[in-house]
Write a protein that binds this ligand. Sequence first.
Ligand code: ADP
Length: 269
Amino acid sequence: RSSLSPLRRINSVINSYANARQREIETLQKNAEFRREFIADISHELKTPIFATQGYIHTLLDGAIEDKQVRMKFLKRAAKSLDSLDILVQDLLTLNQMESGVIKFNFSEFDLKDLILEVIEELEHKASKRDVKIIFDFDPEKKYLTLADRQKIYRVCQNLIFNAVKYNHNGGEVKVSLKQQKSNIQVEIKDNGQGIPPEDLKRIFERFYRVEKSRNKKEGGTGLGLAIVKHILEGHKSKISVSSTVGKGSIFSFSLPLEKKEIKEVVES
Ligand code: ADP
């Protein structure tokens, strides 16, 4: 009996080794599948602006260049397509750097209210073109000091507020609010736009995922914005939350730590 025991032990070692190898193979297969899907997605997204630019340039070369008005129109369109290609490539690089963990976060102290005011000022023109009103709700007496990467948080707010404008109705409303809590500041972006169906809600943070691709295509997004938002907030040990009702609108929110100085002031007052 004692001579069988080491045999059994060898057997169990072999079995666990085989199981580990099997799991390794499955992981490799999944990675390969993920990479294939990713390349297919990128190729598809890159093709759109490339085809468009090619089309405009070939039309110009085929004679449209002779007419000044047509020439300007086509050159402007080609430039716009190249701009969107540039944004897509930039977003892909950012996302790739974030996923591989090489991107650095530069933390500094700043007032979130000032940052949001800047974002709103930048987006006001786009919002008024769609007849969307942006309302900012904050306490003017308060400072909303936080310690975070200002540039990246600017990107987060810009993506979320622009989405709330883009996926809204004409005459719609976007309400951005800041709430100071015990040890953090909550940022909420609420719109009364088209909303997101529950089955899509789980997936909107995946790269390239868009609800009803064709409809949103005309909005000129890359489908990478929310994936970038999620990664930036993860880098701040924060999370993005969303709730949405089709036909009623969506609420996106996240929080950042309240700077210690401010916590002291709150406690003292
Ligand atoms: P995009 O570049 O397409 O805007 P995002 O990653 O920012 O990409 O968003 C992914 C998808 O989530 C969008 O295509 C849109 O379908 C949906 N979405 C995002 N924000 C909103 C919103 N506020 N209201 C309705 N749909 C939204």
